[in-house]
Design a protein around this ligand. Structure first.
Ligand code: MN
Length: 419
């Protein structure tokens, strides 16, 4: 997948550029869904598109486009998380109760209780309190946790909503941009990371960074850009060296250069006080293979070719992260004595790494109650993981656990697993 954040910033709406109409965007959405699942039932989705268009009427957005282009664009983002048609309908309708004359009951009547419940959950998340900044932040995180426990899809819908709002943030007054960008960096990007949806975390961070630190953003982006040719050439040479060795060993591998994200590089520079040339994982490669055993075989080949850097190896295949992420990570001294970061995983693991916890919600697999149970367990694991990192959060996390799981018994093994 191409780097989202490396794309040029969206150009402000000008009278010359023609935006696709809501109907055209709706068609595009349907095509995207069918491309992922040719058997998908698109009838209710088409109805949700039509209803959203009717309900929002000719409300404009700050960008000058019709408002309804926002929920449709958010639904397109959600489709890339492989979510089910129910969630897609809810995304299409998520701003209807707040911004139109129709309410949740109208949605329930037309689209059923499940869609209405998701829309209601998203609407509640969007209501902001008048508390102080710190209180509000804690309150927002608490709301997220509670909504997630009810139905993880609510938070995924909200993330897609926020990503589209961030992509079109340029149209808002500067002060509002700042506030939304700060909240994105404090709440939504970490949430994307916790949920294992890296693509969203990176894009949210870069978009927020651009608003909050425009000069640093421009400088980092420019620096990355001037070095792009050299970087790409280097990656090409490294791949050319590695690829034949893998195929000689009978490993069918897909090798890609891995895009780096402006904000993560800047943060690393801040932390280490280093120059960009010294941030070694600006050079990074990803190796995708078919089988788990190929991962380890490929790792052996990499380490035989280039000297591993001590302390840089992690086996997230044997010990997956709580957000389901699986991969082998290593750092080596590669061509020209330059450090190179390498990730090795199967195609299946790669897909999970792109959609994170949403992988629990593949609507074709298992019964609905199985999926709900799986998603709740995954959520609990995340919560525990988060709790370990944030001691301040302990109290309210404890409270939430008691609220949500009072009717269930979990057994914690000595290793910290949950049965
Ligand atoms: Mn919205």
């Amino acid at each position: 997948t191409p780097p989202v954040s490396a794309a040029p910033p969206p150009t402000p709406a000008s009278g010359h550029r023609k935006h696709p109409s809501p109907q055209e965007m709706g068609k595009e959405l349907i095509a995207q869904i069918l491309a992922r699942d040719p058997d998908a039932d698109i009838e209710p989705i088409q109805r949700a598109i039509d209803f959203a268009i009717e309900a929002h009427g000719d409300q404009p957005r700050a960008t000058g486009e019709p408002f309804v282009t926002h929920p449709i664009a958010a639904a397109q983002i959600l489709t890339s998380f492989l979510l089910d048609p129910i969630a897609i309908q809810a995304e299409l309708l998520h701003d209807v109760p707040e911004d139109t004359e129709y309410g949740t009951s109208d949605i329930e009547e037309r689209f059923g209780g499940e869609v209405a419940l998701l829309v209601d959950g998203v609407t509640k998340l969007s209501r902001f309190s008048t508390l102080s900044h710190e209180q509000q932040q804690a309150e927002n995180i608490r709301k997220m946790f509670l909504a997630m426990a009810e139905d993880i899809r609510v938070v995924l819908i909200k993330l897609a909503d926020r990503l589209h709002n961030m992509r079109t943030l340029y149209a808002l007054p500067s002060e509002k941009q700042q506030r939304i960008a700060r909240q994105t960096l404090e709440i939504y990007a970490p949430l994307g990371e916790r949920l294992g949806i890296w693509q969203i975390k990176w894009e949210l961070e870069d978009l927020a960074f651009k608003v909050l630190e425009p000069e640093h953003f421009r400088a980092s982006a420019k620096l990355l850009d001037t070095r792009r040719k050299g970087r790409e050439g280097y990656i090409e040479r490294a791949i050319a060296e590695l690829e034949p060795r893998l195929s000689d060993a009978g490993i069918e591998a897909d090798l890609q250069g891995r895009p780096k994200h402006i904000y993560s590089i800047w943060k690393k520079m801040q932390r280490k006080g280093a120059e960009i040339g010294e941030i070694y994982d600006v050079y990074a490669i990803r190796i995708l293979v078919d089988e788990v055993r190929d991962c380890y075989a490929a790792l052996g080949i990499v380490h035989a070719l280039w000297r591993p850097i001590p302390g840089q190896f992690d086996d997230y295949i044997a010990v997956p992260k709580n957000n389901l992420y699986q991969s082998l990570h290593t750092g080596v001294i590669a061509l020209d004595g330059k450090p190179l970061e390498i990730q090795i995983r199967t195609h299946a693991m790669h897909q999970v790494s792109e959609v994170g916890i949403a992988a629990h919600w593949r609507y074709k697999e298992g019964s609905k109650s199985d999926r709900e149970y799986d998603a709740k367990l995954a959520w609990l694991r995340l919560l525990m993981d988060w709790q370990r990192d944030v001691s301040d959060a302990t109290e309210f996390v404890e409270g939430i656990k008691l609220d949500i799981f009072q009717d269930q018994v979990f057994v914690f093994t000595p290793k910290g697993d949950i049965k």
